[in-house]
Design a protein around this ligand. Sequence first.
Ligand code: FES
Length: 164
Amino acid sequence: MSLAEKYPKEIEKILAKYPPEHKRSAVMPLLYLAQREEGYVDRHAMRDIAALVDMTETEVASIIGFYTLYHDKPEGKLRIQVCADLPCALRGADQFLSDLCAKLGIEPGGTTADGLITVEPVMCLAACDKAPMFQTQGPDGIKYHENMTVETTIDLIEELKKAK
Ligand code: FES
């Protein structure tokens, strides 16, 4: 089923926000829509979006590749994106990232065996004085978590598992 068949109303609403000559600008919300259920944008959705906004599939793929919020392959249902940029690293983010991954039995960038959690380092998330910090990205959208420890992160993961 194409994206347009799956989400006709949402797509109409998104496209209506942009004048026809600027419909390329709708690419970001369309990617977000396509990614909402499965956590990534597959090739079919990329092709559909390209057709909807008059871009090439390669241009759409390059946007997915550029932004850490978009993904082109299935990984964990919940993504923990730890800022490991320099200011956060100075507040222990590197150690936090490696301790958290060790606790979950994965490497940074990896996904737990049950397919639930992916942990990956990302660049500055604009909360540099609150490290270790990360954003979670999942079915409930994007949320920030600041001044975290491995213990509080594991508690958070357990709470999210229970909520499902
Ligand atoms: S460097 Fe980590 S939030 Fe800015």
